[in-house]
Design a protein around this ligand. Structure first.
Ligand SMILES: [Zn+2]
Length: 219
């Protein structure tokens, strides 16, 4: 801009239009954000960038739109979450658990069998600094510990219930000990016996999920 040529309010100079076009074509700037930066209306920005094709956002850009930081520094997923709290994110035509996507987008692609664990115990967190690689065993041990919350039962509790039942402890006593409804307890025990639950199997976790769901629906 030449010295002395004062810009009228709400008017964009050639230089500014150039700048706006450059910013817009990076794909990182929305019309709204540009309007705010240059103190003009969205309509003026729209006019300035006419004919410029905004590139599609990259997977990382889309990803970063989908979380907010909480007071613990966790990047909490705002998009779709599974029942146990893991986010989901689609990229490369595949659905990822969002913490795994985070690791891949911000660190490196995962090898088959590699497990990404949360150091913060928050399944919906996608902060790459709260994630670490681990083994499947690590992860299962974590699950066993983590699901101990007052309103539902950990796998280990179910196994204990089953054990008590098998050594002949009356249903009433088991139900009281775990504050579980007798009817729920009975059906869980039957299920577990029928499929000969093996405490090392992933299937055990399904029992937990089902029981949580049913207890919620019933109460
Ligand atoms: Zn976290």
């Amino acid at each position: 801009m030449k010295p002395g040529t004062a810009i009228k309010k709400q008017q964009l100079s050639e230089e500014q239009i150039q700048e706006i076009c450059t910013l817009y074509s990076t794909g990182d700037w929305s019309l709204k954000r540009l309007a705010k930066k240059y103190g003009v209306s969205k309509y003026q920005i729209k006019k300035a960038v006419k004919g410029i094709v905004k590139p599609k956002p990259t997977a990382l850009q889309r990803f970063n739109e989908k979380w907010t930081e909480d007071e613990n520094g966790c990047h909490v997923w705002k998009g779709y979450k599974s029942k146990v709290g893991y986010g989901q994110f689609k990229m490369n035509k595949k659905v990822y658990r969002s913490h795994r996507a985070s690791f891949e987008l911000k660190k490196r692609p995962l090898e088959p069998g590699e497990v990404v664990r949360h150091k913060c115990d928050n399944p919906s967190c996608v902060n790459v600094n709260h994630l670490e690689l681990g083994t499947v065993q690590d992860n299962n041990m974590d699950k066993l510990e983590r699901f101990r919350q007052p309103w539902h039962y950990a796998v280990i509790d179910y196994l204990e219930m089953l054990f008590m039942y098998q050594i002949g402890v009356p249903i009433d006593i088991i139900a009281r000990r775990f504050s579980i409804k007798k009817t729920t307890l009975k059906s869980r025990l039957k299920d577990m016996e029928k499929s000969a639950v093996d405490p090392t199997e992933d299937r055990v976790f399904h029992y937990r999920d089902r029981a949580i769901h049913e207890d919620r629906v019933k109460s």
